[in-house]
Design a protein around this ligand. Structure first.
Ligand code: CTP
Length: 400
């Protein structure tokens, strides 16, 4: 489940910092991408080198290097993370987090991070039971942090009591249950298509289109980040896909159809963002076709409309989304496609909008739902447009 997840691990000054090495190891073994940020006093307990070797990434401690003027971008690190685990969280850092005291790299990252945060405190029993610690923990809960309470046992001071940081394997289990089962699409399966298809004429030529696969890929990522288990069926595209998204690579419309119709019965939400070729050569020539005989050899036949087929097979609880790429009468044509293909929603792109459609990193979309209500969005990055699409799906899927 942690496979492909981007996890930021914050380590603060506590003897329990040695357990963070094991936590890092467990996360990496699960397939997570781990980056570590440490407070300067955490480095008294465990070296950044240990964490860097285990996480396979550089460790951030200082905001900048005074000698070179080079600085570490905390906003970038915070934006990168899917979740932030702070383990161990010392009494001192918990107090800073509660009040927003921003005096080190760790704290700048903490205050910039909008992802889900897990805090595993570690301190002596008296400190843990102190009224200020209790108030600070309550403040963190109010900020949305999930607290993984310390366990009881022998503490570094020699006394026995509450304050030991929870064991790494238990921390992982608590996060697994919380993170993966409380997101809006947790436990749901999604199928997404992306990219063009390529219909070969002969060994050197093919029919295709300008789709890059970026929109479908962004949708697959947005669905996964909302907890869905995603299968992406992708036509020829140069994009590299992360491990968290199971990707089936196909070339032709027929292969895309076979892969999609196989996965469709198990899919709760299906989004057909691929630009599937409407026509393919009637037959493939294993020899290169000579130019003087091309006319007689290049007969085209219609491919199967995968989305229409899904519309026919759709069960009551399945949510089906199509795309419409139009150049004229955009809304009318998109509504027609929605009705004829039996969809729950259609995403319309107009090639007349600057920055929208194929080969751009941006898109301008309108969403039309089953009640033919149209919602138009501004020009955004494909990542943001994908988040809008997934948000609209979540709102309606819950009511189905
Ligand atoms: N689609 C599909 N199979 C095809 C063609 C299209 O599943 N053989 C899907 C696309 O993935 C998209 C939707 O149908 O979600 C609409 O595609 P689009 O090319 O806009 O429309 P068409 O139905 O092909 O109609 P036209 O090309 O005439 O506009």
């Amino acid at each position: 489940m942690f496979k492909g997840k981007k996890i930021l691990l914050g380590i603060t000054g506590s003897i329990a910092a040695y357990k963070s090495a094991w936590l890092t190891r467990l996360l990496v073994k699960e397939g997570a991408e781990v980056k570590v940020v440490m407070t300067p006093s955490a480095c008294d307990f465990i070296t950044p080198l240990t964490l860097s070797v285990l996480s396979k990434n550089p460790v951030s401690v200082e905001g900048f290097d005074a000698k070179t003027g080079e600085w570490d971008n905390h906003v970038h690190l915070a934006a990168w993370a899917d979740m932030f685990i702070i383990a161990p969280a010392s009494a001192n850092t918990i107090a800073k987090m509660a009040y927003g005291v921003c005096d080190n790299m760790f704290m700048t990252v903490y205050l910039s991070a909008t992802c889900k945060k897990y805090v595993a405190p570690a301190m002596d029993a008296e400190m843990w039971n102190h009224s200020t610690a209790k108030k600070n923990i309550a403040a963190l809960k109010q900020q949305g942090c999930i607290i993984i309470p310390p366990g009881k046992g022998e503490l570094a001071s020699g006394i026995t009591g509450e304050g030991r940081m929870e064991e790494p394997a238990t921390i992982l289990e608590i996060i697994r249950k919380d993170f993966f089962f409380t997101l809006p699409l947790s436990g749901k399966k999604a199928l997404v298509t992306a990219g063009p298809t390529r219909e070969s004429i002969d060994p050197v030529r093919y029919i295709s289109n300008r789709s890059s696969g970026k929109m479908g890929f962004a949708i697959a990522q947005a669905l996964a980040s909302q907890g869905a288990e995603v299968i992406m069926v992708m036509g020829p595209s140069s994009l590299n896909t992360p491990d968290a998204i199971k990707t089936v690579r196909v070339e032709t419309a027929k292969q895309m159809s076979d892969a999609c119709l196989k996965a469709f019965p198990h899919s709760d939400i299906t989004i057909m963002a691929a630009a599937v070729a409407d026509y393919a050569p009637e037959k493939y020539s294993s020899e290169k076709i000579k130019k003087n005989i091309a006319d007689e050899n290049l007969k085209l036949v219609k491919t199967q409309d995968i989305l229409s087929e899904m519309g026919k097979r759709k069960k009551k609880n399945q949510f089906l989304v199509g795309f419409a790429l139009e150049t004229e009468n955009e809304t009318r044509n998109a509504k027609k496609k929605l009705r004829e293909k039996n969809l729950d929603m259609i995403v319309l792109n107009s090639l007349n909008d600057a920055g929208a459609g194929f080969e751009h990193d941006t898109n301008k979309i309108s969403i039309i739902d089953g009640k033919l209500k149209v919602k138009t969005f501004g020009l955004k990055s494909k990542t943001e447009a994908a988040e809008d699409i997934v948000r609209e799906i979540i709102n309606r899927f819950a009511k189905k």
